[in-house]
Design a protein around this ligand. Structure first.
Ligand SMILES: [Zn+2]
Length: 456
């Protein structure tokens, strides 16, 4: 007797999509094939005409807990994730406190275990290396290490930041000893100062819209990334090239992979690059907030790099803030980012339908590759019998319009309000439990598990 049977779907396998059924017992996949018609199931889902993906894992989310729960928390953030087909999230380190000691890390794990609807892994920050915390954080189960290359005086800086290159090198050396990847958000404050001067010299008002697209330029990010790559090589650490959306940075990733001196994986995130919004809709006040976007990438070049294997991972960079924190006329005191998770999985399907990548490649960059790189495979990132029964079921032909009546994120603002998309996630299933169906999230807080690399 099966607990769940997913019938008639196009199921992702190591050999491509195939017409198969999936049977689940408890939290695990019990069979993938054509079951005997006499086998009963407590629940059946007819997935005829739909694709059954291993659950989408969002490698880059800001759940804001602990410390910044006025913006988001594990419950609201993971409900938003479930709404668009995400079955597991990695949570970023700019919380308060920063997860840089075992106590701080465990606090985040415990909050996730109490409130998360889906599975999760908090990343750790290696900047407290002097206290000897880095190997202990690796032992706790952090998938990888992350920090920001920023100086303290700048907008949305966090204690998980440093622009001190000696500290960056020492943190890299500490992470190298653990065998984990380290990711750094590349940044160079001289370019941000220049962005201010560009707006002033043009005698334009200092607004987000006038200023923001002069930030995170190719020269800024690629220059910083070259430095990070050199320091990573010096330390012999596995380098996770984060936010690799500009041409020069993508070329650097190719060069670094070809050199083969250290392990390199690379990601782009939807929110600040691929799918950056200029304005976000505030449903409560029926107004659009002009937020502007960072220097735009060469989209054709970027997607080619996703297709050809240069870019290994996608993430949403779900980065929610409250309505009041957006100050369109005060860019230097406005945080960056906005909520993404309510729409992330659906938007990915739309990009498949737009021909930017195949559905197979989407599964790789949104699930399989990261699961393999960070030690979660095959428990996560596969549809192999015996592994966690996590699925994202998709109607690839459904055309619909994003509405903002219902947003699960605490950030009740919608960057994609009114956008027409093709492709809809119809079911989110985590370890055998349906936690979203047809837009209704039914999962419960505390169901989500802390997933540790290497666990079968
Ligand atoms: Zn981020």
């Amino acid at each position: 007797m099966l607990d769940l049977l997913i019938k008639n779907g196009k199921v992702y396998t190591e050999d491509g999509f195939q017409d198969l059924d999936i049977g689940v017992v408890g939290e695990r996949i019990a069979l993938v094939g054509k079951p005997d018609a006499t086998i009963g199931a407590k629940t059946a889902i007819d997935a005829a005409g739909k694709a059954v993906l291993p659950g989408i894992i969002d490698w880059h989310t800001h759940m804001r807990e602990p410390g910044l729960t006025h913006k988001e928390d594990f419950q609201t953030g993971t409900a938003a994730a479930a709404a668009s087909g995400v079955t597991m999230v990695c949570t970023q380190v700019n919380t308060d406190p920063v997860p840089d000691t075992v106590e701080h890390y465990r606090l985040q794990v415990e909050l996730g275990e109490q409130k998360s609807l889906i599975d999760f892994n908090p990343l750790a920050c290696p900047l407290a290396y002097e206290g000897g915390w880095v190997p202990k954080l690796a032992e706790q189960g952090a998938a990888w290490f992350k920090f920001f290359q920023k100086c303290a005086a700048y907008p949305y800086s966090t204690p998980a930041s440093t622009s001190d290159t000696v500290r960056i090198l020492k943190a890299f050396q500490a992470v190298a000893a653990t065998g984990k990847f380290v990711a750094v958000h590349p940044w160079d404050h001289f370019f941000w100062d220049e962005a201010v001067r560009i707006v002033e010299n043009a005698e334009l008002p200092m607004t987000l819209k006038n200023w923001r697209h002069h930030t995170y330029t190719d020269a800024e990010m690629t220059g910083a990334a070259y430095q990070l790559y050199y320091l990573a090589k010096t330390a012999g650490v596995r380098w996770y090239a984060l936010h690799a959306w500009h041409r020069g940075y993508i070329d650097l990733v190719r060069l670094a992979k070809a050199e083969g001196k250290i392990d390199v994986i690379a990601s782009v995130e939807m929110m600040p690059s691929i799918d950056a919004a200029d304005d976000i809709y505030d449903p409560a006040n029926d107004t659009w907030i002009p937020v502007g976007h960072d220097a735009a990438p060469d989209a054709d070049y970027l997607w080619a790099a996703v297709r050809d294997g240069t870019i290994d991972l996608l993430g949403s960079d779900h980065a929610p803030h409250t309505r009041d924190e957006y100050r369109p006329d005060d860019p230097l005191h406005t945080p960056a980012g906005y909520g993404m998770l309510d729409w992330y999985g659906h938007l990915l399907l739309d990009y498949v339908n737009k021909g930017r990548l195949s559905l197979e490649r989407l599964v790789e960059v949104s699930s399989v590759n990261g699961a393999k790189a960070f030690g979660f495979y095959p428990r996560k990132g596969s549809n192999i019998p015996g592994t966690d029964a996590d699925f994202t079921i998709c109607d690839m032909d459904k055309e619909w319009t994003i509405d903002s009546k219902k947003i699960y994120s605490k950030c009740q603002l919608s960057p994609y309000h009114g956008r027409k998309v093709k492709g809809l996630v119809t079911h989110t299933i985590v370890r055998g439990s349906v936690i979203m169906q047809d837009g209704e999230v039914t999962g419960s807080p505390g169901f989500g598990k802390f997933i540790v690399p290497g666990e079968i």
